[in-house]
Design a protein around this ligand. Sequence first.
Ligand code: ATP
Ligand code: MG
Length: 231
Amino acid sequence: MLSVEKLDQYYGESHILRDLSLEVPAGRCTCVMGRNGVGKTTLLKTIMGEVGARAGEIRFDGQALLKQRPEARAGLGIGYVPQGRQIFATLSVEENLRIGLPARRDRVRRIPERIYELFPVLREMRYRRGGDLSGGQQQQLAIGRALVLDPRLLILDEPGEGIQPNIVAQIGEVIRRLNREDGLTVLLVEQKLPFARKYADNFAIMDRGQKVAEGDISELSDDLIKRHLTV
Ligand SMILES: Nc1ncnc2c1ncn2[C@@H]1O[C@H](COP(=O)(O)OP(=O)(O)OP(=O)(O)O)[C@@H](O)[C@H]1O
Ligand SMILES: [Mg+2]
């Protein structure tokens, strides 16, 4: 569904992503792992068009993405939940959700019922200011906002970061339902091993901007973890 092909990305003179290729197969949950600073977020930002690439290509259902503007990429059906959530603190929960609506290509301008079904707390708190929600609720809101455009691919950057374990588990279950019940393809960046093992079908490991391993999640060995994931 999504193919990253020989991607090279720089911030100024720093070479961050190095000849990076990655396949995200349709209908599955793929987890990208790697230590802090190896370029995981940069990869996602390059997919979404927040930063440019120097070489390579990214294809979504065969369409070349790199020349397309960020809004156009979202419009193709890619939902993005950025690291740190980035919700609008002074807007209400409902207003935060509405922000995703103009990107829909089908002209539907109503918040899909499915979002409130997956996250009942967002309905209960729809008039509350985003900034007044707990960290876990804000993460649920960020996922809800990405789902508003009815994506075919959902990309999440460390959804469990800084969130209490019971909410992390709830978010994991929602990811699983989206994947299994709605057929949504998921690309997840996550450093929490138990979470990756529980919810991902396959993995890729990055180290210093390169992909150093990939496979079925059952193949994520202690040796790989020791070499590339533990600090
Ligand atoms: N806007 C920027 N300008 C210059 N360098 C940057 C910028 N953003 C990130 N970097 C650098 O690029 C490298 C990769 O950063 P990135 O945020 O992609 O890593 P990451 O794997 O997501 O890390 P983490 O696990 O901490 O989120 C780091 O060395 C970082 O300092
Ligand atoms: Mg990151």
